[in-house]
Write a protein that binds this ligand. Structure first.
Ligand code: PGA
Length: 258
């Protein structure tokens, strides 16, 4: 059995105003006892981060994430947010290279790489998203795409910081579509991702790095997905918007290592 501690993140995307974020957290946080075998991260839109921070700053079990970050700390980058703005709000994790950012905002592996390095330099934990589209999978390019995204995204990451990085494997065809990778498909892809991590960073670090699955994970498929030996948690979109469904997924992750 893996000794990696699972990590489950709620990617709220462009959902939940400040009152809605507060309402969620008021219901969600009491669902925990005093311990949880999984790390948990709530990732609100930027404007709701301060409200979520009121609930989460210093919380022993639940971290606070951002959905994006600019690699520069400050300056003439209209519309962008750099690490110091997140750190001062108690942010601990940053989702980077999500397929929606790659697809709609033209983010490239080299730009994402700058962000990965900037998060680590600021003491933040990057959640680096990778994954193939349906066309790429059908064309037999899953491995090539994931390898390129990992190589590009992780370039220059120092060995002493690499264990902190979280990878989210999210097949693009499964995101928000209700179409999930089967547990076997997820395990196969995660095993491949780990083998590339071993090539890039060495086998010891590859064993430590956590790889989340993302793409229509729900309470009813989470148990089987989390049971896969190389699935170390989830990046959850739609099912993270309701406290009870998100908590059910967190519980599946925690139970998978119990
Ligand atoms: P989904 O989104 O759970 O709604 O498919 C996952 C994600 O995009 O991170």
């Amino acid at each position: 059995m893996s000794t990696r501690r699972p990590i489950v993140a709620a990617n709220w995307k462009m959902n939940k105003t400040r009152p809605e974020a507060a309402e969620f957290l008021r219901a969600f946080l009491p669902m925990f006892g005093t311990s949880c075998a999984s790390d948990v991260v709530i990732v609100p839109p930027f404007t709701s981060i301060p409200k979520a921070s009121e609930f989460l700053q210093g919380h022993p079990l639940v971290g606070l994430g951002a959905q994006n970050m600019h690699p520069k700390a400050n300056g003439a980058y209209t519309g962008e947010i750099g690490a110091p703005f997140l750190v001062e709000l108690g942010v601990t994790h940053v989702v980077l290279g999500h397929s929606e950012r790659r697809q709609y905002f033209g983010e490239t592996d080299s730009f994402i790489n700058e962000k990965v390095l900037a998060t680590l330099a600021a003491g933040l934990t990057p959640i680096l998203c990778i994954g193939e589209t349906l066309d790429e999978r059908d064309a037999g390019k899953l491995e090539a795409v994931c390898r390129t995204q990992l190589q590009g995204g992780l370039a220059g990451v120092a060995a002493d910081q690499a264990a902190k990085v979280v990878i989210a494997y999210e097949p693009v065809w499964a995101i928000g579509t209700g179409r999930t990778a089967s547990p076997a498909q997820a395990q196969e892809a995660h095993l491949f991702v780990r083998s590339v991590l071993a090539e890039l960073l060495g086998p010891a670090l590859a064993q430590q790095i956590r790889i989340q699955y993302g793409g229509s994970m729900k309470p009813d498929n989470a148990v089987e997905l989390m049971a896969q030996p190389d699935v170390d948690g989830g990046l959850i979109g739609g099912a993270s918007l309701q406290p009870d469904t998100f908590f059910a997924i967190v519980k599946a992750a925690a139970d998978s290592v119990a």
